[in-house]
Design a protein. Structure first.
Length: 247
């Protein structure tokens, strides 16, 4: 029963962050107008807003104009509940469960914005740091299995590695390797992990990003020096760490 509740909650949150990731970068209020088709502007009927089911029944197209609904919305509505369920399977219903679901929700949301616009602002990453501060508070109250130094060491290690990589790349190529949002987000994400875990997250993120970039370059999808959204790979690195290593 708990798992069913978690999945249903994940479906609702996935639908919400999908809408949020579309509206916020475009300066559209999250309250008005009601859900609409970006192609024709018509309001989407409530019965066409049921996560996953509506997409499948509509065959991925707007009921009014027939425009294609991006596949990422379906993948989002399937993926978020599965992520929540997997985290629950790993750690049970605990403070760790809530903090990790919170982190993954933010990373998925930011990854959508990064894919769509290629820009992550400072204000976008503040919620990640607020969650990190909550981690430190929970740890000081004995509500998490590790002490404050465990989580701070992860953030410091990630910051040091990032600074080293940033400096080396800048010295060799004389260009900034990461966007501001990407640069400042990593230490905040690392507050959710310890030293070894944070290093693994950075390693997994780098490897998945490099492999994906090489494949896209070989397929001619992007130029060698073109910018590639980095947040999806940071989210992938966190998922790998959570699902395969951290408990």
């Amino acid at each position: 029963m708990i798992l069913l509740y978690i999945v249903l909650t994940g479906l609702c949150i996935a639908s919400f962050i999908g809408s949020l990731a579309f509206r916020v970068p475009r300066g559209i209020s999250i309250l008005h107008p009601p859900s609409f088709c970006p192609a024709c502007g018509n309001r989407i009927k409530p019965y066409d807003l049921v996560p996953v089911i509506s997409y499948l029944l509509l065959k991925g197209r707007c009921r009014e104009c027939g425009s294609r609904i991006p596949l990422r919305f379906l993948l989002l509505e399937i993926g978020v509940p599965l992520i929540y369920a997997a985290i629950y399977y790993r750690v049970g219903l605990s403070i760790t469960f809530y903090t990790r679901c919170y982190l993954m929700t933010l990373l998925v949301y930011l990854a959508l914005i990064d894919i769509d616009t290629g820009e992550i602002g400072i204000w976008d990453i503040i919620p990640v740091y607020l969650g990190g501060i909550a981690i430190l508070i929970f740890s000081s109250l004995g509500m998490l299995p590790f002490g404050i130094l465990h989580y701070l060491s992860g953030s410091f290690a990630a910051s040091a590695l990032l600074a080293a990589g940033f400096s080396i790349t800048y010295l060799l190529k004389r260009r900034i390797p990461l966007g501001k949002g990407d640069l400042f987000l990593v230490p905040g994400v690392s507050l959710y992990f310890g030293l070894i875990e944070a290093i693994r997250v950075m390693m997994f993120s780098s490897v998945t990003g490099t492999l994906f970039g090489l494949v896209w370059i070989m397929k001619g999808r992007v130029e060698k020096h073109s910018g590639i959204p980095l947040l999806p790979f940071l989210a992938a690195g966190v998922m790998i760490e959570i699902f395969l290593f951290s408990c």
